[in-house]
Each structure stands twice: as C-alpha cells, then as structure tokens.
Write a protein that binds this ligand. Structure first.
Ligand code: ZN
Length: 113
C-alpha cells in the first residue's frame, strides 16, 4: 500500500513544479522507476487516477522510464550492470557490492500547458 503515499508525493511535487512554472495544466509526468523496485506502474497509475481528479494534473499521462540496476564494488569501486544473483565484480572478482541504482522511483520532469 505504500504506493499510495509515494504517488501522493509525486503528485504534490508535480503540482508544485507546475505552480512554480505558472502552468495551468499538467499533461504528463515523466517518472524514473528502478527495475528492482517493488513499485509497479499499474499501481501508481491506479492511485494517480484516484488522487489527481480536481487538480491541474487530472488526466495527465504517466510515462515510466525504467532504470537498470547498477552495482558498485566495495573493493575497487567499479560500477557494473547487475544481471543475476551471485554475480562477481567484473574488475576484481569481489562478491561484495552495493546497489546504487535500480530501486529508485522519482519524478524526472513534467509536461505542462
Ligand atoms: Zn571490484
């Protein structure tokens, strides 16, 4: 259910940006969504359709850009695309690394009129 709160935050951000830009209507929200996030576009769309009526963002198109998972090796700092579990750093072979991209969900930009 946390998609409800997250979608609310995204909507508020979009409305604030539109207001700052002096825009009357928001026609689109461009969102970045990590491939490993547990958030699904369908649920965001569902909550957006629930929350946006009566706001300048009503009827806006949601566009999702998928962010591929990227890891950073703790040993050597190499960043590499994550493909499967049990993968090792392609530079030094270490199996100790942190996810630096792949779980994010944020508003990249809005389209306004
Ligand atoms: Zn490494």
């Amino acid at each position: 259910m946390h998609e409800l709160g997250i979608t609310q935050q995204i909507l508020e951000q979009a409305l604030a940006q539109a207001q700052a830009a002096g825009a009357e209507r928001i026609t689109g929200l461009n969102l970045a969504l990590g491939a490993l996030s547990d958030i699904t576009p369908d649920s965001v769309q569902f909550y957006f359709d629930m929350l946006s009526p009566g706001t300048p963002a009503a009827g806006a198109q949601l566009s999702f850009r998928q962010v591929q998972p990227v890891m950073r090796c703790r040993q050597c700092g190499t960043e590499f695309a994550w493909a499967t579990d049990g993968q090792n750093c392609p530079n030094c072979g270490s199996d100790r690394y942190d996810l630096i991209h792949g779980r994010e969900f944020y508003l990249e930009s809005i389209d306004v009129t």
